[in-house]
Design a protein around this ligand. Structure first.
Ligand code: ACO
Length: 330
């Protein structure tokens, strides 16, 4: 039997962020913080916040429509939908099923992936494997979050970091030698306590008491996470490049998870790369969790920062712990 090596790549991308802008100066009126602290410690200047009537699937659908348009394909050509999110509309049904319905797609299967900030890279890898194995032909991979709903707006340690948004890509077979060259994924559940939403699951179901104690909000040991993020994301980039028989000298653009500019500065040092090789947009959107990489990817592509044949590396790190890096020839 003849086996044919397939190259799987991004055929189109799009993103959507809510209209409402929340600046650092707005936050000064809500918690004990300053624009100067937030800018110098994180790099964030402002973030977008979803309207009361907007949920994650609404953002996801708007990003998906743009990605479909960019790929010049009709929704009916999609046969797999994966939504990467940790702020789904509901615990079930999945946000991916809601997106399928809103886009009017009939012949597709759909599910969510929860791997926090690394979820888009996990989802990309899963979709790639399904297309490679002929289980499906064209996948819609979306990272979407309305994280503002699980942020404690009285906690200055976390509320200044996060934002809402969605990014999407269409994944399908591309010209041989282009597309995804290699991926490295990892997880470490022994560090699950570092970032979590303690209540609302089967361990601690939501009660009046859990709500009173604010246990349904996102909690993080930021300092510890910071150090791990720098080391693990840098190592992931190198491991993924090695798998693709490449080195850091081959990188044209890194599109990292947009958590903190100081994390990216430290990574640039570790990888001996200039900051110009890093796509940065966290100043405008903050940390949009699973949406951060597809938003940054679409912005980079539309700004002309990626040329045909370029080596682009996506890299993320988040709760779980989870991490991942993907090397793409554009
Ligand atoms: N405004 C003013 N002061 C603040 C604020 C604020 N918004 N937040 C914290 N501080 C204070 C602290 O209370 C502390 O004060 P103290 O020294 O009197 O105790 C001081 O600033 C320093 O606090 P640190 O936590 O040590 O500050 P740090 O420099 O580590 O910055 C931050 C905190 C921004 C959270 C950083 O640690 C970080 O970015 N961590 C990584 C986040 C990340 O990558 N998360 C992963 C993805 S999220 C996900 O997976 C869902």
């Amino acid at each position: 039997m003849e086996t044919r090596f397939k190259s799987i790549g991004i055929a189109g991308s799009g993103f959507y962020v809510p209209k409402k802008v929340l600046t650092n100066f707005d936050l000064e009126k809500i918690v004990d913080t300053t624009d100067n602290w937030i800018r110098t410690r994180t790099g964030v200047r402002e973030r977008r916040i979803a309207d009361d009537n907007e949920a994650t699937s609404d953002l996801a659908v708007k990003a998906a429509r743009k990605a479909l348009e960019d790929a010049r394909i009709s929704p009916q050509e999609i046969n797999l939908i994966i939504v990467a999110t940790l702020s789904p509309d509901y615990l079930f049904p999945s946000t991916a099923c809601l997106v399928q319905d809103k886009l009017g797609i009939k012949d597709a299967w759909a599910f969510d992936i929860e791997a926090a900030c690394s979820a888009f890279i996990y989802a990309l890898s899963v979709a790639e494997a399904f297309i490679k194995s002929d289980t499906c032909k064209t996948a819609l991979v979306i990272g979407a979050e309305v994280f503002s709903r699980i942020v404690n707006w009285k906690d200055r340690n976390t509320c200044v970091l996060m934002g809402d948004g969605a990014g999407a890509v269409v994944l399908r077979e591309v010209e041989n030698g282009k597309g995804i060259l290699s991926t490295h994924l990892g997880a470490d559940g022994s560090r699950a306590h570092l970032l979590k939403q303690p209540a609302g699951g089967s361990r601690l179901p939501a009660t009046e008491e859990t709500v009173r104690q604010g246990l349904h909000y996102f909690k993080m040991q930021g300092n510890e996470v910071f150090k791990l993020a720098v080391r693990i994301m840098s190592e992931s980039v190198i491991t993924a490049l090695k798998k693709g028989s490449l080195s850091n000298k081959d990188i044209d653009l890194i599109i990292p998870h947009q958590a903190n500019i100081r994390i990216l500065n430290a990574m640039a040092k570790k990888l001996s790369l200039p900051m110009e090789k890093f796509m940065v947009n966290l100043d405008k959107y903050g940390n949009t969790t699973a949406a951060s990489i597809p938003i940054a990817l679409d912005e980079a592509s539309k700004q002309g920062r990626i040329k045909e044949g370029d080596i682009v590396v996506l890299v993320a790190f988040g709760a779980g712990l989870t991490w991942g890096a993907t090397v793409i020839r554009w």
